[in-house]
Design a binder for this molecule. Sequence first.
Ligand SMILES: [Zn+2]
Length: 294
Amino acid sequence: MSRSKKSARINNAIKFLSAALVIIAVIAWNYFTAPSAPVIGTAEFYFFDVGQGDAELIRTSDTVVLIDAGPSSASDLIVAQLHKLGVRTIDVAIFTHPHEDHIGGAAAVIDNFEVVQAILPDVAATTSTYEKMLDALEKSENTTVTAGAAGDVIEVGSDGLRLELLAPCSTGYENMNDYSIVVRAVFGDNAVIYSGDAESLSESEILDSASLGALKADILKVGHHGSVSSTTEEYLSAISPKYAVISCASDNSYGHPHAETLSKLEAHSITVFRTDIDGDIVFVSDGEVIQPKA
Ligand SMILES: [Zn+2]
């Protein structure tokens, strides 16, 4: 081999090694600088500002639970948020019901993260958004897809996070919103209820089927973006939350949240957080006290 050929090969080898080292350094940097998960014994509850829609995340030391993925217009945003939090695997993804403002970002989430279990209500839709989500789930070979309904209880991770499904209690609803999976997430003494878009019919079924003590929660993610069709007086009294979270876009065309819902929350002296005003909202629980993250 000529001297010039030999030096060219050495140069190529050096270039290849340098490129490999850069890639390894970038991977290591991302790995070690990714924000760490909550410490053992604590849980974080995120309510993302995705405009007009819902996307919530629960994280413990060893578990990630996603409830809804926002509208398709927020697909990039929700993927970026999860990356920013260092999420790689989603242990449980609950897509409450097939409306676009809840599952529009689902395909992007399923494509970008390892989803272990996806839970959907037992109802189909004919929309392209719904088809896109189903296609993504089908492609995602390691994802188990199950139908969720009232009475299901899922223990997630080893830190005591429990998901109790409160709805849907039945089938054959005329209104798709009433198919919403309603989740009570329990962590130690704390609980958060995620109402999806469940309306008064589903709320009354929840009140009929659950023992009232089992509905208490510190935080209520208010149903249907604060619409007047949800959050009956009875439902609110049974849950008796300290905090309420409303997920909606500012100046949305639906008039969410409705003034009547806001005055009901005020009459119960509930502190209200709104994604249209507060942006992303985060609460932290140590299993005894849950409070907004400073
Ligand atoms: Zn909605």
